[in-house]
Design a protein around this ligand. Structure first.
Ligand code: NDP
Length: 306
């Protein structure tokens, strides 16, 4: 059997694509992937997804899953290990199983990079966050650290400075990687201090974050900084390794598109963080999922497959 559309990924983009594709009569098959539910599974309260004044990230993903499943979308728990877009219908492999499809929506998302400290994982959602826009609100009048020296760290620091008590940017070098204009915004903001040549070596706290141990890389001395929030902004890695050589992917791993979900391969569309290096928001990923499903439908109709 050749599928009309296979959707890869089960974050907001993937489930939204599935809901639209199903309602459009495409009988989509969704392959959930290793990190089923995507980045929201690592988030605590989500207060910026329209329609929900406050909902836990995993609960929101369960609702999206139930919506797609309730309609009748078929789903597979596995991970796509290989694709072949050089033949048509396209071939996808999930473990040993092979699938054929006339169109594909790639919604495999991106994974935030983390420092890799044991307490970082333990205190995730309890003061450790990878998204200032999502979680900043919970740190009103509290002291926080932002780790990183790129545009994300600058944007997070500037955003947080408007609501928290103090922001300390901890960066491992003596200059920022960020664009000049975003650096200047941070450096000229009296509410933000920068610790240069410094590294967070531990995050402190039992049930929630109470501080961070920061190492001065020049002297080797370690000091404890009392903070209630640690925002990690050291970049994201799009989950695109399996598509390398099959579609155009930029040097950072993001999929190159024509701006409207079309990849370099006809009939292969993408949605969500896998192609979004700027916004990285669940509601936007969901919107991309809708667009990709509509584009897939248009493509299948033009090909006279539906
Ligand atoms: P970047 O890769 O640009 O920057 C990552 C930063 O984190 C670097 O300063 C890096 O240090 C630091 N870092 C990486 N790993 C570690 C580690 N293990 N420990 C400590 N520090 C670490 O990622 P961004 O997310 O900032 O940006 C990604 C892309 O998205 C960029 O192209 C950026 O321009 C874009 N972007 C644009 C925005 C906008 O235009 N509004 C907003 C946000 C992002 P070092 O400098 O030493 O390498």
């Amino acid at each position: 059997m050749v599928e009309k559309v296979i959707i890869i990924g089960s974050g907001p983009a993937g489930y939204t694509a599935a809901i639209y594709a199903y309602r459009d009569g495409l009988d989509p098959l969704l392959i959930k992937g290793f990190e089923a539910g995507g980045q929201l599974m690592l988030t605590s309260a989500v207060e910026n997804f329209p329609g929900f004044s406050s909902i836990l990230g995993p609960d929101l993903m369960e609702k999206l899953y139930q919506h797609a499943k309730g309609l009748g979308c078929r789903m597979i728990d596995g991970n796509v290990s290989k694709v072949d877009f050089s033949v048509y219908p396209y071939k996808l492999f999930v473990d040993q199983e092979q699938y054929e499809t006339y169109s594909v929506v790639i919604a495999t998302g991106a994974s935030a990079k983390w420092l890799g400290l044991p307490n970082e994982k333990r205190l995730m959602g309890k003061g450790v966050s990878g998204c200032a826009v999502c979680d900043g609100f919970f740190f009103k009048n509290k002291d926080v650290i932002v780790v990183g020296g790129g545009d994300s760290a600058m944007e997070d620091a500037s955003y947080l400075a408007n609501m928290v008590k103090s922001v300390t940017v901890v960066h491992r070098r003596d200059s920022f990687k960020a664009s000049k204009i975003m650096q200047e915004k941070v450096l000229n903001d009296k509410r933000i201090r920068v610790l240069w040549n410094s590294e967070v070596v531990d995050i402190l706290g039992d049930t929630k974050v109470s501080g961070a141990s920061v190492k001065d890389l020049k002297t080797g001395s370690i000091s404890k900084i009392p903070v209630e929030g640690v925002f990690i902004a050291i970049g994201h890695k799009p989950n695109t390794d399996v598509f390398r050589g099959q579609i155009d992917i930029d040097k950072d791993g993001y999929i190159n598109t024509n701006g409207f979900t079309k990849t370099s391969k006809e009939g292969v569309f993408c949605a969500g963080d896998v192609q979004d290096r700027v916004y990285k928001q669940a509601v936007i990923a969901a919107g991309w999922g809708c667009m990709a499903a509509m584009e897939a439908r248009k493509f299948l109709a033009e090909k006279k497959i539906i």
